[in-house]
Design a binder for this molecule. Structure first.
Ligand code: ZN
Length: 276
């Protein structure tokens, strides 16, 4: 009888009491597994890249980025001065002249000359010409280019040899006049620039010889042999094989007292010489 009462009492105990008495509750493990799964599926590093990508977008960052951007663009403001000229190159790109390096002329390189349309990038200051083993000074240092510095020595050597063959004298000094000068042809107010404007021309006034004679284009060119006519005519004719333009008193009224020499290009191929 007592056993039946106890069995009945056990059957009447509520299920909650039986669960509470269970030492291994399953509900404690499920929240832990759930929290771990949440951390793995929503990691912080995945959210940060998405923020970085959206930051540069103009629509989302416009309000904070525009002030800095506008201050970095000076031309966008209407009242500001025009932009400054582009910076100059880091150096002057000049070239060396072999005639100077090899001692065919005496002088030195000069800085570039930029004078409007006139000038040149690699001018030279030449004070003497080497010819027939001697240094023949110019009456004044000239500013010229490498082409003229290259052509002058051979021409001077030819004239010097002619003077020696004819009169047993030598050229002591080459008397020169205009070299570099920014001006039009024949000093005209309008027209083409002279090649003097590019330091590619030289005016010869005459020669001083070792025997003491001073031969001048005027009046020697159209004068007597004693005034040097033969030497000056030879000098003009010889120049026509070394230079591209030679203008003597036979040319025009502008060259009655000088022999103009330059290396100007004549003709499409630059092989035509103007010899007057
Ligand atoms: Zn001239």
């Amino acid at each position: 009888m007592l056993n039946r009462v106890l069995l009945l009492a056990l059957l009447l105990i509520p299920p909650a009491v039986a669960v509470a008495a269970n030492p291994v509750p399953l509900p404690r493990e499920r929240p832990a597994a759930g929290a771990q799964a949440t951390a793995e599926t929503t990691p912080l590093p995945r959210e940060r890249p998405s923020e970085m990508e959206s930051a540069p977008a103009p629509s989302s960052a416009a309000s904070s980025a525009e002030p800095a951007a506008s201050s970095a663009e000076p031309p966008s403001s209407p009242g500001e001065p025009p932009p400054a000229e582009p910076p100059k190159p880091p150096r002057d790109y000049q070239v060396a002249c072999p005639a100077l390096m090899q001692g065919k002329v005496e002088g030195k390189a000069l800085p570039p000359i930029h004078d409007g349309q006139c000038g040149l990038q690699s001018p030279l200051a030449i004070s003497a010409i080497a010819a027939n083993g001697r240094s023949i000074p110019l009456s004044t240092t000239i500013t010229t280019d490498c082409g003229m510095a290259t052509a002058l020595p051979d021409w001077v050597a030819e004239v010097d040899s002619f003077v020696f063959a004819r009169d047993k004298a030598r050229i002591d000094t080459i008397n020169v006049s205009t070299n570099y000068e920014c001006r039009n042809v024949d000093h005209a107010k309008a027209g083409n620039l002279s090649f003097h404007s590019f330091a590619d021309a030289l005016d010869i006034m005459g020669l001083t010889l070792s025997d003491g004679r001073k031969i001048s284009i005027a009046p020697g060119f159209n004068g007597t042999p004693e005034q040097g006519r033969d030497i000056l005519h030879f000098a003009r004719d010889a120049a026509c094989t070394h230079f591209m333009t030679v203008l003597s008193p036979d040319a025009d009224s502008f060259h009655q007292d000088n022999l103009h020499l330059d290396l100007a290009c004549h003709g499409k191929q630059c092989v035509t010489r103007l010899c007057q």
